[in-house]
Design a protein around this ligand. Structure first.
Ligand code: BGP
Length: 464
């Protein structure tokens, strides 16, 4: 019976804007997520009197977290990934003084986790920033935002010094290339140069947060967070292989800067060839040398690319411009399921950076329908998670250092891409639908008991 390392952290991951609700409570300001009611790729619609978004209440975690944490503890979680809503702490983003009520909320949340011996893994910015910083300053396009973020980061590092020892800077930092409003607070129409300049500012801010974290809490560890967009060549044609290498570099660039502290040569070439001149100062270069302690990433699927333009036009199926892999099945949302890819990705990241890895998102979004007894028999989710975890264990056997695994959405929540509630990931069912109807009651799915056993046996119960 193969088990995971004794220190392995088991748990789940959520994000403030997708679970908390309470969008205007206790002084919270408006965030980019609040003005994107249709999700991270949707348009911005300014809030007017009476306008609503599913995320306003989400799953009401803000008020129900003690009960939810009790359920996580029942499954045996040793870790919960959460994020802090920046706008609870600094409602506009540019204040000097933080909002005490917002700080106190996360004190209560971390205390509740501690009471259940659950280690918090906390993301500073998960797909949201103060809307005021976008409107008044132009989002991350403006260098001043770096200072506002650093102030926010220092505030929460100091406040939670005794409560949080695992931090992440920006969620899926490479997503800005596909969703610039969500990632860096820039309109979708922004030029490549504008987006990369904003990304540069965010990378500097991430490094400043790393530095601040070390100063304020030397016992803490801080990581980055990448969307692990593993891409294969569609064929073994050398041109396809090169295309895949370049496609992978689109996300590896972020890891390279955050782990090695310098811009890689292939990016400098990309900037040259696209006539992009970034404002990168000597001080920025120095700051970037504060590299992360560990690497965290999300993994849901892999993709394929081809150098064949005609095929590309015909098959390009999704936001990442990838073509379907004929060897893989897809989820109901067209995400191609590839457990072996997770082992490949873990090995690839380990070989490239030699830093500990943390899988902070992985899961299956599906339409769950409770049976006659009210229980969701989600064998499809069990099989997805089982197969991925088996590959994590293989990677550990390969010698990869893996700190832990937090499945995405251990409780149903509002999806990021389209702000749906019908796309469910949880072990815990939440009674609320896409129209906002439902009692918000929680119930255990079949996978709840399955995950509980996996954790209790430290992975020995997984089926090869
Ligand atoms: C990641 C995000 C999460 C999460 C997940 C699933 O990109 O970090 O916030 O939502 O994807 O995506 P979705 O909710 O669109 O199914």
């Amino acid at each position: 019976m193969k088990t995971f390392p004794d220190s392995f952290l088991w748990g789940g991951a959520v994000a403030a804007n997708q679970v908390e609700g309470a969008w205007r409570e206790e002084g919270k300001g408006l965030s980019t997520s609040d003005v994107q009611p249709q999700g991270i790729f949707g348009p911005v619609s300014e809030r007017v009197e009476g306008s609503q978004s599913l995320k306003d209440i989400a799953i009401d975690f803000y008020h129900r977290y003690p009960d939810d944490i009790r359920l996580f503890a029942e499954m045996g979680f040793s870790c919960l990934r959460v994020s802090i809503a920046w706008t609870r702490i600094f409602p506009n983003g540019d204040e000097q003084q933080p909002n005490e009520a917002g700080l106190a909320f996360y004190d209560r949340l971390f205390d509740e986790l501690a009471a259940h011996h659950i280690t918090p893994l906390v993301t500073l910015s998960h797909y949201e920033m103060p809307w005021h910083l976008v409107k008044q300053y132009g989002g991350w396009g403006n260098r001043q935002v770096i200072g506002f973020f650093e102030h926010y980061a220092r505030t929460v590092f100091a406040r939670y010094r005794k409560k949080v020892r695992l931090w992440l800077t920006f969620n899926e930092i490479n997503m800005s290339l596909h969703a610039p409003m969500t990632g860096v607070g820039l309109p979708e129409t922004s030029s490549k140069a504008e987006v990369y300049q904003a990304i540069h500012h965010q990378l500097v801010a991430s490094a400043l947060a790393v530095k601040a974290c070390r100063e304020i809490n030397p016992d803490a560890s801080i990581g980055n967070m990448l969307l692990g967009g593993l891409v294969y060549p569609l064929s073994c044609k050398p041109d396809d292989v090169l295309e895949a290498l370049q496609e992978n570099r689109k996300w590896q660039f972020f890891g390279d800067v955050q782990c090695r502290g310098v811009y890689p040569g292939y990016m400098l070439r990309f900037f040259r060839e696209n006539n992009i001149q970034l404002d990168i100062t000597d001080t920025d270069r120095q700051i970037l040398q504060s590299t992360v302690d560990f690497i965290s990433f999300s993994y849901y699927m892999s993709g394929c690319v081809t150098a064949d333009e005609a095929l590309n036009q015909q098959m390009r199926g999704n936001i990442l411009s990838m073509v379907p892999n004929p060897h893989l099945q897809s989820s109901e949302w067209g995400w191609q399921i590839d457990p072996v890819g997770l082992r490949t990705l873990l090995n690839l990241l380990w070989d490239r950076y030699q830093k500990p890895l943390f899988i902070v998102e992985n899961g299956l979004g599906a339409k769950d329908i409770p049976d006659a007894t009210g229980v969701v028999q989600d064998d499809y989710r069990i099989s997805y998670l089982n197969d991925h975890l088996v590959q994590v264990r293989e990677a550990i056997d390969d010698g990869v250092e893996v700190m832990g695994y937090t499945s995405w959405g251990p409780i149903d929540l509002v999806s990021a891409s389209k702000a749906e509630l019908s796309k469910r990931y949880g072990f815990i069912y939440v009674d609320r639908d896409d129209t906002g109807e439902g009692s918000l009651a929680r119930s255990r799915k079949k996978s709840f008991y399955w995950y509980k056993e996996v954790i209790a046996t430290n992975g020995a119960s997984l089926k090869e």
